[in-house]
Unconditional design. Sequence first.
Lengths: 447, 556
Amino acid sequence: MSTHQRLSRRQVLRGVVGGVAVSVGLPVLECFLNPSGTAYAATGAALPPIFGTWFWGLGLTPGHWEPAASGNEYALPEHLAMLEPVKAKINLFSGMQVFLDGKVNQNHFSGAQCQMTGMVSRNGSDYTTSIDSIIGNHFGQRTRFRSIEVSCDNDRRSTWSARGENGMNPAEVSPLALYGRIFGPDFKDPNSADFTPDPAVMVRKSVLSGVTEQRQALMRRVSASDRTRLDEYFTSVRDVEQQLAVQLERPSPLPACSVPPPVEVENLGTLVEQTRATHRQFVQLIAHALSCGQTQVFNIAMGSSFSPLRKPGEASAYHQLTHEERIDPQLGYQPTCKWLAEQQMAFFLEMVQTLDAIREGDSTLLDRSLVFAYTDHGEARLHSMKKYPVFTAGSGGGRMRTGYHIAAEGDTVTRVGLTLQQAVGINAGSWGTETNRATKPFSEVLV
Amino acid sequence: MRRLSDLAPALAGALACTWFVSSAAQPAPAPAEAQDLTFVRLTTRQYQHSIHDIFGSNVEVKDNKVAPGFRDEGLLALGTRKLTISSAEMEQYEDLAQDIAAQVVDPGRRATLMSCRPDDESAADDECAASFLGQVGVLLFRRPLSEPELRMYVSTHSEAAGQLHSFNAGLTAALAQMLVAPDFLFRVEVSEPDPQRPGQRRLDAYSRAARLSFFLWDSTPDAMLLAAAESGALLTEEGLTAQVERMLMSPRVEHGLRAFFSDMLGFDGFATLSIDTNLYPKFTKYVHEDAEEQTLRTIVDQLLRKNQPYGELFVTRETFLTPSLAALYGVALPRSQELGGAIPWVPYEFPEHDPRVGILSQVSFLSLNSHPGTSSPTLRGKALREKLLCQKVPPPPGNVDFSLVQDVNNPKFKTVRQRLTAHSTEAMCAGCHKITDPMGFALENFNTAGEFRTTERGEPIDASGTLNGRSFDGIQQLAQVLKETPGTSACLITRAYSYGTERKPSREERQWLTALQSELAKEGGVRWRELMHRITLNPDFYTIPGAATLTVQAGR
């Protein structure tokens, strides 16, 4: 521990709480938004951008979701008709695929892995930094939470978000717990007139600073194979330290911020009604968290890629049904599977509409967001890696055009990830590995 | 200012020792280029057990929702070598640390945990804090604190106490700092040159103590074990034997046994198990909660209390039931037992010709390896192969069309067996289904919820199957075959060794494990304490393989 660091912690502690209310590193007091809602009126600083991912399992019904026309005057097929209210604010991509490059198809894994990380691993064990972390790093952590991950199937492992190579970011599965985490006692209302740094929070932050100070000594001695794991641990400590630091600063006013009513009841499970209710609670909480500046990045999973979603009275869960349900010869599809896919699209609609319902001047929360919606298979029944349905929602603060259907037959799905990175301002010339290395974004939707 | 008082067991032990602060930096100073540390993340249970063993079981450890990790070689334990701590998990650990620290130093509890009192409750007391933090630190970090380390924690105490005008608040801050340190959240393994084997490395004495205690007790070393590490006795054959024998007689060995079998049998799956209660109304939330405990109680009873060999788990008719489980099993519990006591568990023995035999006929195995609404010989057979025989079943290939043969409304194929048999005629499917299904068919007399049945949709159930050329019909015969199959005990031995070292055994170690299996078979089977004894006295158990093999080639 260096003398300088020790003194620094002492100074911080004593400066804050020595019996006098002292402001610490407070930002310039900013006022309300400009008329369009895209920036603070006082400073002209743009509202922070938002990036989110939304995962649903088992794709859509092949041959029934692909629009006949491309461009921005296409018609949604009956399978996706429920998305009509938000059609102008989303993009739909079709025809793309995941290239395995000779590797074994890790069913229900390789496809989502490729879309989130740009790579397909050989054995299903190597998983590396996902696109939400790449974009989150680009944003920098200016908010309380680096990101928020949730899953609606009560399984903390239902997540595709990772920072580094040492495990996924576990998902929160309880809306009750998420409410407490975001809007519990540690929440600071950005529009509150009163602000006093909490001395106890300052002490907690100081405690973590002390832990961080041990980093160098340990890193010198750790084995090469464990170095990145330890480094990620210390990064996590710093993240929590940053969370506490944010609580010690007067937040910038955010007129759209409001605290949602407390979550009092939850009904976790995999029935469609349970998933709908859990998803609704999560989406509401995340939308409020975004509007209150608590995070800029979120990841929502409807559940595991082996979707456990269940129709009431149906003996088999969705994944099992994709392999067991007969294709109705008259209809030409698996009826229950199609119904379950449509339920998930209805959930997607609700997520988009919830973000769009929060107004920030003339625009909405959705307008400064970019949401990437992806799935694990083209035709899940066959574990197909072709013809993936992919959506984006929101314009990222005007960086991306919306209302388009883009048919990209045979292209790698990573083109969407590259497009999103460029849309948020990352200077990436390519993204992905081997045949899944994309070099051309969808320039037709980039502004 | 100081007074001796009743202490929590571990703290009392630590206080009796004088070694809780080392004058040398701990871990021992190493050249800048030395890479002698590896990290293994504590599991949720290990965290909880450690807190309870150090501070007492009345310290509440809030629900810890860190990710369960992933399996490698069939065990979550091996995955812990590849796990770090994410931001969301760190947030929880920080919250937990504050909560636990506040409980521990609460004036009501503090009196039983601390040997001193501050002169002034509203100010720092470095001497008293140092005494407490030194005692606690050795137990939390499983090694003595170095003097600079202790100074740092005392400094945290004095700074926070000064600012918050509270001795307790200062102590809470320092203790919380220990609880979020990598030295506590991870098992930091320190290696050193092995004097007995030039060119090789072994765990140092404290790391050896930690490996032993987390393996046998699923918890942190106690003061006696740490004292054996401090004196060097633990590095001698005699000292190690004495400690192992002492530990195996401790009640804490039940924690170790439970943790191992929870991992091996995949009981983390209960967190996400979904059985359709509309179809199986007897699968109540109480059954869901009790199923795992029933199997673990059976295992503890057979392997620890009765010292039975492992194979007995598959054929024993003795178990423990709650009213909910009894209802599902169709068993009438005596009313006096049903209503007796706060703990609803009662011992029960199924009659000789009852189909319930061994742990495979219990709800835990049957429901965990089923679909929500239908049984699955494939999932059950896969679990038998992978969890109990340590065999690998390949994943299903892509581009398989299941729909023609998996139609539950097809009048030609009414039972799961009929549909699977038809499905298995597909050449690309046949290979794997031949591995899994014949074993799984023997459990078809039990539906998804674990209820007994003799027919499925009006068709009699055929529960015949084969394993390694041996035929059987129904669970009783399958259980006997499993008990007698050498691969069953071989799997247990290998899993236990891998679990303890959190890595795959080397070739030499596999040879030793094979020889061990033969020896134990001659002694009448694998008995838990004997197995633990043999493994923990094997010097290889404490060696550090080359750096390359330290990185687990993890499968998800």
